[in-house]
Design a protein around this ligand. Structure first.
Ligand SMILES: Nc1ncnc2c1ncn2[C@@H]1O[C@H](COP(=O)(O)OP(=O)(O)OP(=O)(O)O)[C@@H](O)[C@H]1O
Ligand SMILES: [Mg+2]
Length: 259
């Protein structure tokens, strides 16, 4: 607790200093986007609830979110803290479609609530996937734009993304079979990952783990089938390069749909 307070204070100071230094630099936007005051408050709250003891280093700085390593539950457990940034390029693009529209005067607030909803959606999708027997990080809790989940990896070292893991042909075959099994299980549970690729699959040793499910949709979504086909294309393309013999994407898609 003391440590997390100290860390949050450090971040707070950094944000404050940047604010004073230059108000509109890209640099500041990057920091400000992650640790704005409301995010700091959210982290405080989660620390007070006992979920986060020590906030550690950055695992990833992605397009929409930053992922941190942390120790939670009285330091007995490593956790991953995913912080969705409030100001990301996606939402800036969205904003440009709203300028001048009197219904969306309070754009900042709108943006915030969209991100909060997105964070909750990822938690729900992970829960659903987990119940369906798909290996994903178990989600613990979410508050505002912060999602706490199981850390995949060990001793502060995150599991690697599938794209960088060296695989023999047999290992690739096994990973492909598991991946397709998970795609099927998700489909049967009414879900499509919708951003499946070697970037959003981690290899924890030989274990396949699906991550990053904020954009996952239920089959009610008008583009669900399109997303499913694209997910499968990505998987097929990647594993073919690894020497796995696979039918064309459409044939593989059929095997998912008939089950
Ligand atoms: N639970 C976790 N355990 C360990 N590492 C994780 C976990 N969740 C995410 N990561 C790491 O952080 C990276 C980014 O996470 P994720 O894909 O969920 O976010 P993202 O917003 O999609 O990032 P990007 O914009 O880069 O795609 C992952 O590729 C992975 O390396
Ligand atoms: Mg990702």
């Amino acid at each position: 607790m003391v440590e997390v307070r100290k860390r949050v204070k450090e971040i707070d100071r950094a944000v404050d200093q940047s604010r004073i230094r230059i108000k509109d630099s890209e640099d500041l936007k990057a920091i400000d986007g992650v640790f704005d005051t409301s995010t700091l408050k959210t982290l405080y709250h989660l620390a007070n609830k006992g979920y986060i003891d020590v906030l550690g280093g950055v695992i990833s700085t992605g397009k929409e979110a930053n992922v941190f390593h942390a120790l939670g539950c009285e330091r007995k457990q490593e956790i991953a803290v995913k912080v969705y940034r409030i100001s990301t390029s996606n939402f800036r693009a969205m904003q440009s479609y709203l300028i001048g529209d009197p219904r969306f005067k309070n754009i900042r607030h709108e943006k915030r609530s969209i991100v909060f909803t997105w964070t909750k959606k990822e938690m729900r999708n992970l829960k659903k996937a987990n119940s369906a027997g798909v290996r994903v990080p178990k989600p613990f809790d979410t508050r505002n734009n912060v999602l706490l989940m199981e850390f995949i990896g060990g001793d502060e070292i995150p599991a690697q993304q599938l794209r960088v893991v060296p695989l023999t042909r047999d290992q690739a075959q096994e990973a492909y079979d598991t991946t397709m099994d998970y795609v099927r299980k998700l489909y049967q549970a009414n879900l499509v990952h919708s951003d499946l690729s070697e970037f959003n699959i981690l290899m924890d040793g030989s274990e396949v783990v699906f991550i990053d499910m904020g954009q996952s949709v239920t089959l009610d979504h008008p583009n669900a089938m399109e997303f499913l086909a694209r997910d499968i294309q990505n998987v097929v393309r990647f594993f073919r390069k690894k020497g796995v013999r696979i039918d064309d994407g459409d044939t593989v898609l059929d095997t998912v749909l008939v089950q």
